[in-house]
Design a protein around this ligand. Structure first.
Ligand code: NAD
Ligand code: GLY
Length: 347
């Protein structure tokens, strides 16, 4: 088992290891005196892993209750959140109990937000079961729900008590979601770690499993360093958004139906690299992205995507902040007026 400790407003461990899920009860017990563990999960994950997680928690003295919602981004909304609050009330959850987010980023984000707000805050654990959630969303304490007006518009920073990543859970993950997570993994190489990027160039989607535990550990450690320096996302943490300015525009242009988040980010990274990198580096990034079944571009015209970049949360008044990587492993934050950004991208 690998262990990484995050030193943020809360100090917490992240355990990474194959087969750890079955030990979740004993690992969580070391971190909490909670009597009741309220698991929040979705139907897919519950079917695959619910029984073994409940068994491990019960064996370690927890009273366990479980809330299951239908999988998918559309569940990350106020309606599900209210159902979670009602469920917690019905089971008399107190501030000394804990929540357990068992699932992908949707489960992690909404459970984290419930933990940040129910009874003005209680402890929660992250047990991420998608690659995206293991390398990104379960670490760093960003929690949120979506509004009809946009994604992640209501949220809070709330660090978990611990994160447990079992790469074995990824064996049941549909290929499209494995590829999706690889978009974020490639991003980590691009922004911070040339050695990781070179390693990713040696593998492809159907062979990456061989080294996934180590790759996940490397990515989490990069995120740890960034979060420790800028927990509340006012500076360095923005580099995690490389590829996201155009990526979010792509997701939105296609109504969140055609491109997964990771594939939109992959195309966004390549489009930004085309503008800012040498052709040799651009070709390397495209080659790597393609080996993980991710797109390097989208059919929509840049002219149609750019206006949607203005909705990015990193826009402050008229100024847009975005990330460029002129060298692999070296991300820089740039800012321009939104109008200048659009003209520059089209020039
Ligand atoms: P997801 O949670 O919807 O999971 C994807 C699909 O995989 C779902 O259908 C789920 O049921 C299924 N699944 C999960 N684990 C499985 C497993 N082991 N085997 C089989 N199926 C499994 O999506 P996601 O990609 O994990 O997360 C996306 C969400 O994460 C978005 O809402 C996004 O906004 C959020 N996010 C948050 C942060 C953050 O810092 N908080 C960062 C990135 C993304
Ligand atoms: N996923 C981006 C962040 O955690 O800041």
């Amino acid at each position: 088992m690998n262990m990484i400790t995050v030193h943020a407003s809360r100090v917490y461990p992240i355990w990474i290891g194959r087969g750890l899920l079955k030990q979740c009860g004993s690992l969580l017990r070391e971190q909490t005196k909670a009597k009741t563990a309220a698991i929040v999960t979705d139907d897919n994950v519950d079917r695959l892993y619910g029984t073994s997680v409940v068994a491990s928690l019960v064996q370690n003295g927890f009273r366990v209750v479980k809330f299951v919602f239908l999988h998918g981004e559309s569940a990350k909304c106020s309606k599900t959140l209210n159902q979670i609050y009602d469920f917690l009330c019905a089971h008399e959850i107190t501030r000394t109990d804990c929540l357990v987010a068992l699932g992908g980023g949707v489960v992690g984000d909404i459970t984290g937000f419930a933990a940040a707000t129910f009874l003005r805050g209680l402890d929660y654990f992250q047990i991420p079961t998608t690659l995206l959630a293991q390398v990104d969303s379960s670490v760093g304490g960003k929690t949120a729900i979506d509004l009809p007006s946009g994604k992640n518009l209501v949220g809070a920073f709330k660090q978990p008590v611990a994160v447990l990543c079992d790469p074995d859970t990824l064996q049941t993950l549909p290929e499209i979601f494995l590829a999706d997570g690889m978009g974020e993994v490639i991003k980590y190489g691009e922004i911070q770690d040339a050695k990781l990027f070179e390693q990713l160039e040696q593998y492809k989607l159907d062979t990456i499993h061989e080294v996934l535990e180590q790759v996940i550990t490397t990515c989490i450690d990069i995120k740890r360093r960034v979060v420790e320096e800028d927990e509340f996302d006012t500076g360095l943490r923005m580099i995690l958004n490389f590829g996201h300015t155009l990526g979010h525009a792509i997701e939105s242009y296609y109504h969140y139906e055609t491109y997964t988040h990771g594939s939109a980010v992959a195309a966004g990274m390549c489009m930004m690299a085309k503008k800012t990198c040498t052709s040799e580096l651009y070709e390397r990034l495209c080659h790597c992205v393609l080996s993980y079944h991710l797109p390097t571009e989208v059919p929509a015209k840049l002219e149609a995507l750019l206006p949607l970049c203005g909705k990015d949360k990193k826009r402050a008044n008229d100024t847009l902040r975005f990330i460029v990587c002129e060298e692999i492993g070296d991300a820089q934050i740039r800012s321009m007026t939104f109008e200048a950004f659009q003209n520059w991208m089209l020039s």
